[in-house]
Design a protein around this ligand. Structure first.
Ligand code: MF3
Ligand code: CO
Length: 277
């Protein structure tokens, strides 16, 4: 089947809306880091995200989101702790956060018809040595991957840069089967952006398609200490590492331009790795 054509952001009005949506995602993260601390619960975190979105005139594009085989997504944000890589909910992550926990918050907004979607990882209260190495690896892989998003180069260049850093240099594992995606007026648009170079034909059909000016892409390395496999239970949303090892997730919204990649959520890089100390 031919993949649905991707959309491009070329009109100034669309670009302004995409920038405004991404800006709201960043502001939610900024508001949240002030409140994160040991003892806080996922229910409280999700309420803080909901309140922040409301005060910014945006709504969650995750809440109520439907994917076949799952109930509608129940939370404003994805709240994923330790071995939970992505799609944790305010109901699935039951334990209050403890010192050294790795918390991933993924925020998706709809604002003026456009989507913003970005995730970041926080160490709660203090940072373990393993947490520090994972966070450093995740941030750096995202930074290097974005640098590779050049007009005319194939999409696989993103995966090459990310995989080289995560698996060769850091010795961690990229989670297989999940990846980035186009964003625009809906949350998940083509093309799919794998974090790993394909190893057999058909694994990633769009790998050799070029980055084009105006592509708006949510790119998101998901990294685990010792497994590239995941597990989930039945119709439940949370996706956990198969071996229970710790994981991080970093996601940015990038507009591909003739002048180079423009990270609309770049301010996330200024956030502290450790919060609530
Ligand atoms: N950033 C995640 C993704 O792109 C968030 C999806 S959560 C969902 O898949 F609820 F919307 F599915
Ligand atoms: Co996403």
């Amino acid at each position: 089947m031919e993949a649905r054509a991707h959309m491009t952001v070329t009109h100034a009005q669309d670009e302004a809306a995409a920038v405004a949506a991404a800006e709201r995602v960043v502001k939610v993260h900024l508001a949240l880091v002030e409140k994160l601390r040991p003892g806080i619960t996922a229910i409280e975190i999700d309420r803080l995200v909901g309140d922040a979105l409301e005060s910014l005139g945006a709504t969650s594009c995750f809440l109520g989101y439907r994917v076949r085989g799952h109930p509608p997504y129940p939370s404003h944000a994805c709240i994923s702790v330790n071995d939970c890589v992505v799609h944790g909910t305010h109901l699935s992550e039951k334990a209050p956060l403890a010192e050294g926990d790795l918390l991933k918050v993924d925020v998706g907004v709809r604002h003026r018809g456009f989507i913003g979607d970005a995730a970041w990882t926080y160490s709660i209260g203090s940072q373990t040595e393993l947490g520090r190495r994972l966070q450093q690896c995740g941030r750096e892989s995202l930074r290097r991957g974005i640098e590779a998003m050049r007009v005319g180069r194939p999409l696989v260049e993103w995966a090459r840069a990310v995989q080289e850093h995560v698996e060769r240099e850091c010795g961690f594992h990229l989670v297989r089967g999940l990846g980035g995606h186009g964003i625009g007026r809906s949350l998940h648009e083509p093309p799919f952006i794998s974090n790993v170079v394909p190893t057999y034909p058909g694994e990633w059909n769009e790998a050799w398609k070029p980055f084009e000016a105006g592509m708006l892409l949510a790119v998101e390395p998901m990294i685990a200490v010792s497994s590239s496999e995941t597990r989930s239970e039945g119709r439940e949303w949370p996706i956990r590492t198969a071996d229970g090892s710790l994981s991080v997730h970093y996601e940015a919204d990038v507009l591909v331009t003739p002048q180079g990649p423009r990270n609309l959520t770049a301010e996330l890089f200024d956030l502290p790795d450790v919060v609530g100390r």
